[in-house]
Design a protein around this ligand. Sequence first.
Ligand code: CTP
Ligand code: CA
Length: 219
Amino acid sequence: VIASFQPKRLAGKRVLITAGPTFEPIDPVRGITNLSSGKMGYAIARAAREAGADVCLVSGPTALDTPYGVHRINVQTAQQMHDVVLSRVDGKDIFIAVAAVADWRVANASDQKLKKNSKGDVPQLQFEQNPDILASVAALEKRPYCVGFAAESENLLQYGEEKRKKKGVPLLVGNIGHQTFGKDENELVLFDDKGNQRLPQAGKQALARQLVAEIAARI
Ligand code: CTP
Ligand code: CA
């Protein structure tokens, strides 16, 4: 469907979206990341823009082009993503947390490249927990309508509803199957206070448009 024929369900709305993985440094040339491609978050950014919204996309490292008309801010770490989101959230109507945020960062990251030694010693990494961006936004007094994502490996229907309550968000979107990272197709379940509802398997852009319509109907 051509963009201009999409109904402008989000005209005048301001939307903030996180997408992609984060990258947590170990040293200047190494780090810890995950297999998120950013495709779902970018598809949602594009669909929201097509629906008439003003869209700000806070993105971890991806190989994707910025969707037309979307304002993109690049970050690497979860802490940077948290700080950018919290500095941009004021005045937003909707926050959609699609990013696969690293739960932990390396607490003893090195300023210099780690070197091997002849004894075969291995680095001893220590971890500390990253801030929960979605929970922080959902706890704000002046908060936008918050939408979370969840990729579970099992018990999606139970874990999805539990995660929605734990994060304190009105809408949580579950990826069916944890093999969604990098794929062009997906299948979603939406959890809200009325129960759950499936969006059957389709391309990520088609699903993104359906999700935007579902969000627009709830705000
Ligand atoms: N999220 C976030 N900041 C984090 C971790 C997660 O904003 N530090 C967001 C994700 O973008 C997603 C939602 O929270 O929208 C759920 O992420 P998920 O990893 O499924 O949940 P966690 O609460 O981190 O729990 P766990 O990984 O243990 O299942
Ligand atoms: Ca997590």
